[in-house]
Design a protein around this ligand. Structure first.
Ligand SMILES: Nc1nc2c(ncn2[C@@H]2O[C@H](COP(=O)(O)OP(=O)(O)OP(=O)(O)O)[C@@H](O)[C@H]2O)c(=O)[nH]1
Ligand SMILES: [Mg+2]
Length: 196
């Protein structure tokens, strides 16, 4: 079903929940600043310039909405935990994000992207704690190319174990935008969420 993702189109960058158009199913990409959310979206949609990426953390400031078709959206969320964002702005953003996660009716799943070298930071835990049980959770360990395959697998196992220990129901995978490792897993997972 990768064709569905290839046809993704940017529709708008929202600063408030009320600006987001209605759809029936959406999957949001969340994670720390610089985790690779926008890059992953570009890889998944096979469009190099769909979502803006940057070496500077804090690039994505709005809830960016990409339409696959009129009923299905992919959402690129601004990263959390970027120290250089002024406190007032970080607080305002936290409020919008919380509201989005709790109130967005069409939100089927959240992908939490984490740099494989820094999994499950305190900011990630705060995010996990906000999520209502009705929303599915899928973890993507990004930049897997930065580690050897065996190191990457080790982190995959330990992350899954830690989540299980905390009673968090979620799936976990590794991913690299560079090598495309894990791309098919992302497509398969999205297909499942968008199926019904
Ligand atoms: N080596 C490697 N670098 C990556 C990968 N994915 C992303 N990067 C790099 O990580 C940096 C951040 O990527 P972005 O996609 O802009 O990160 P983001 O999570 O959208 O960041 P914010 O918008 O600030 O929240 C960029 O320099 C990317 O080139 C990957 O799979 N491998
Ligand atoms: Mg981004």
């Amino acid at each position: 079903m990768s064709n569905l993702y290839h046809q993704a189109k940017f529709i708008l960058g929202a600063t408030a929940l009320s600006q987001l158009p209605d759809c029936s199913t959406e999957v949001a990409f969340a994670g720390r600043s610089n985790a690779g959310k926008s890059t992953a979206l570009n890889t998944i949609t096979q469009q190099r310039k769909l979502a803006r990426t940057s070496k500077t953390p804090g690039r994505t400031r709005e809830i960016n909405c990409f339409e696959l078709d009129t009923e299905r959206y992919l959402i690129d969320l601004p990263g959390y935990g970027y120290a250089k964002v002024p406190e007032a702005m970080a607080k305002a953003w936290q409020k919008t994000l919380t509201q989005y996660l709790l109130e967005r009716q069409s939100l089927k799943a959240v992908f939490i992207l984490m740099d494989i070298r820094h999994p499950l930071t305190p900011h990630d835990w705060s995010m996990i704690e906000i999520l209502p049980e009705s929303v599915n959770l899928h973890f993507v360990l990004t930049k897997a190319d930065k580690l050897s395959r065996s190191q990457a697998n080790k982190t995959l196992m330990s992350t899954a174990k830690t989540l299980e220990k905390h009673g968090i129901e979620a799936t976990v995978q590794t991913f690299s935008a560079l090598s495309k490792d894990g791309l098919q897993d992302v497509w398969d997972t999205l297909d499942d969420y968008f199926k019904n």
